[in-house]
Design a protein around this ligand. Sequence first.
Ligand code: FES
Length: 106
Amino acid sequence: MKRINDSCDIQILVCVNERPASDPLPSCGHMRGHSFFNALRIATTAWAARLGVRVWVNRTLCQGFCSKTGVSVSVFPGQLRWHSVSESDIAQILKSIETEIIPRNC
Ligand code: FES
């Protein structure tokens, strides 16, 4: 095992979980999770370059905050989490990361 000593990497995890239609629980993948993921990836490129941080936008399965009105998103470090997110929330999410996570962790 080798420890990685690295500069700050911000991980933005987007749930794209898809349950079968017969499952009573909602699924972020059915709540535009995939299009949200793609829009977030595009939005973070210039944003991360401007701030000089490395950002990883990755898809996950269920994060445990399933909602019928949007997607679940988690950010590490800092453990910011949202549910019921849509593409119109991207700017607010990036602003929260910029003001709450980067000053403390990067
Ligand atoms: S299906 Fe996305 S948080 Fe559960």
